[in-house]
Design a protein. Structure first.
Length: 599
């Protein structure tokens, strides 16, 4: 008796072995296990939908943080915001169970930028102290670049921070949380191939036709097959199998092959089994919040909200807390001790409000906007202020004075128009670079005047004087005054002598982000001044009279209190001469300022 042992298929399991002579650990027997996981993500519709939805719920509505952290939130590297970076990081964490961050240190030893690294392109050694990077690990000719692990004790150059989810007995690389469901994810892909194959070939053969007149030549076989196909098969392809046997006593036999194995098992039940186990592997109890419909269920709003609360409390919250802890830690190496980073939560569906409730609680402007009504077509250019409006303006005034701080309490280093310039990220670096430039010029000419410094560095004299004052207070330069000449020819000369060699002082000057702040002020546009105050709208007058500076969070809180965006509020309307084209227009603008508190 000939016995054969059959083995059932199983999803690929990774093996971790050190590459001889190279030092890194291979990720799987062919060193391509991350690519295999990406292939599953791309080919399984259910798996793909779940991963994308998880990333959406985890990253939610972006980040909020302290005013000091806002510039780095907006530009965590020269190309991306922290929100952009987090979406990539979260996708890797869900897909692979870990992620890599490239940390770039400045020459002063402070964290400068954070970049995402493609998980498929990194390999590591046994203790995760070195990392090898290649664009394509299948390309043997390409030489890998080696980077050290993240080490704040040695803040130099580029380093790799590897974050992976804990799994017992997994020392080198991470594994995804859905690892136990890999067989079912692969089955989902194979079932889809089966359906596609059946659709393309007109489904599997259902008849076996046995012809007993002997075995003809190959040409005769092809001719017989062609005639059967033309006579009995449709345009979708043949649905029978021909068999030729040497038994003239028998008549042609047509046997029914029945349906395929997958159909015998009931395709619907098999698909349901696969779906259920994929959901279990992903810790999902309510598929509807992932955009996956279940047969016989509509997925009511209350069911979706309850399901999301369960998923949020059992899965999303811990993922968000992990991300918050990692980036709060990294922001400290940027010099921001109290970043207070927090992911703003999202909801699968919004609350429903009745029309009557909306009429009571929603601002009129919001309702008009939702209705698509352009108020500029109906609003007169000038309008008398009624008693009711006056009361409304008084309420607004109180809000403007409630928030913010007196502008006189701050030194303003640099100002830029908020809406026309996206370079707030560079302001901190520019301020500290300005100090270095002033020191460099003073080292070359200790008698150089603030006026010459201002002209050379393209800054205002007030800004230069503020820089000199700060350098003196920090003990980097020592001023000395003495007179030259006598009588009417006498001149007072000021020398600024560096207290240490220039290179030593430069190393000490780091961006003091705990002292430098971004604050916003409401200012006149170019071409307008206080002489235009009489024709300005009450909204603008209130903000100008307040003479305050505000943090971003304070302005957003004011917007919430007032029921409109303080950022976008316009004080009046401009009508193009000779037309009926009305546009929001204002003589004022929000300006972002780099400031320090006066001591």
């Amino acid at each position: 008796m000939d016995l054969r042992v059959l083995t059932f298929a199983e999803a690929r399991q990774p093996e971790f072995k050190e590459k001889k002579g190279e030092g890194y650990i291979q990720y799987g027997d062919r060193n391509d296990y991350p690519n295999y996981l990406v292939e599953l993500f791309n080919k399984s519709a259910k798996h793909n939908a779940i991963i994308k939805s998880k990333v959406h719920y985890i990253t939610a509505n972006g980040w909020s943080g302290s005013p000091e952290a806002e510039p780095f939130i907006d530009k965590v590297n020269r190309m991306e915001s922290l929100e952009d970076l987090t979406r990539k990081v979260s996708l890797d964490a869900e897909l692979f169970g870990g992620y890599y961050l490239e940390i770039i240190w400045s020459v002063t030893g402070q964290l400068s930028e954070i970049w995402h690294c493609d998980y498929t392109k990194i390999r590591t050694n046994k203790d995760n102290t070195q990392f090898w990077y290649k664009e394509d690990w299948a390309d043997r000719a390409e030489k890998a670049e080696v980077y050290p692990a993240f080490n704040p004790a040695n803040p130099y150059g580029k380093q790799i921070l590897y974050i992976k989810e804990y799994r017992p007995n997994m020392g080198y690389y991470s594994l995804p949380g859905y690892f136990g469901a890999l067989n079912y994810i692969e089955s989902d892909i194979e079932i889809s191939k089966h359906v596609l194959g059946n659709a393309q070939t007109g489904f599997s053969a259902s008849k076996l036709i046995t012809l007993p007149n002997g075995e003809p030549s190959d040409d005769e076989k092809r001719n017989i097959e062609k005639r059967f196909t033309n006579r009995f098969s449709g345009s979708d392809g043949k649905k029978f199998i021909l068999a030729f046997v040497n038994d003239s006593a028998r008549k042609p036999i047509v046997d029914d092959l029945g349906t395929s194995d997958i159909t015998k098992e009931d395709f619907g039940r098999v698909d349901s089994l696969i779906q259920t186990n994929i959901f279990s592997g992903h810790q999902i109890t309510t598929p509807s919040i992932f955009g996956i419909a279940e047969a016989g269920k509509l997925g009511s709003r209350s069911e979706m909200r309850d399901g999301y609360e369960i998923f949020k409390n059992t899965y999303v919250n811990s993922k968000q807390m992990h991300l918050e802890s990692v980036f709060n830690m990294l922001f400290k190496y940027r010099g921001i001790e109290d970043a207070e980073l927090h992911i703003i939560p999202t909801e699968p569906i919004g609350f429903e409000f009745t029309e009557n409730l909306l009429k009571e609680i929603a601002p009129k402007e919001w309702l008009l906007e939702k209705a698509g009504i352009d108020m500029s077509k109906y609003q007169a250019p000038e309008e008398a202020v009624t008693v009711v409006q006056s009361a409304q303006f008084s309420d607004d005034f109180s809000v403007f004075f409630e928030f913010g701080e007196d502008k006189a309490n701050y030194n303003i280093w640099k100002s830029k128009t908020r809406f026309n310039d996206d370079s707030e990220y560079q302001l901190f670096a520019e301020v500290n670079q300005l100090q270095a430039n002033v020191l460099d010029l003073m080292a070359k000419d200790k008698r150089i005047t603030p006026q010459v410094l201002a002209t050379t560095l393209d800054q205002s004299v007030d800004t230069i004087n503020q820089v000199i004052k700060t350098l003196i207070e920090n003990g980097y330069i020592q001023p000395k005054q003495y007179s030259i000449g006598t009588g009417i020819d006498e001149n007072i000369i000021t020398e600024h002598t560096l207290t240490e060699p220039l290179k030593d002082i430069i190393e000490k000057i780091k961006p003091q982000t705990t002292e430098l702040l971004i604050r916003y002020s409401y200012e006149w546009k170019a071409g307008f001044s206080k002489s235009d105050i009489k024709t300005s709208r009450p909204f603008c007058v209130a903000l100008l009279d307040a003479n305050k500076v505000y943090s971003r969070s304070e302005i957003e809180l004011m917007s919430a209190r007032l029921g409109y965006s303080v950022w976008d509020r316009k004080g009046g309307w401009y009508t193009k001469p000779g037309t009926n084209d009305h546009q929001p227009s204002c003589r004022h603008q929000w300006v972002s300022n780099i400031v320090t508190r006066k001591k």
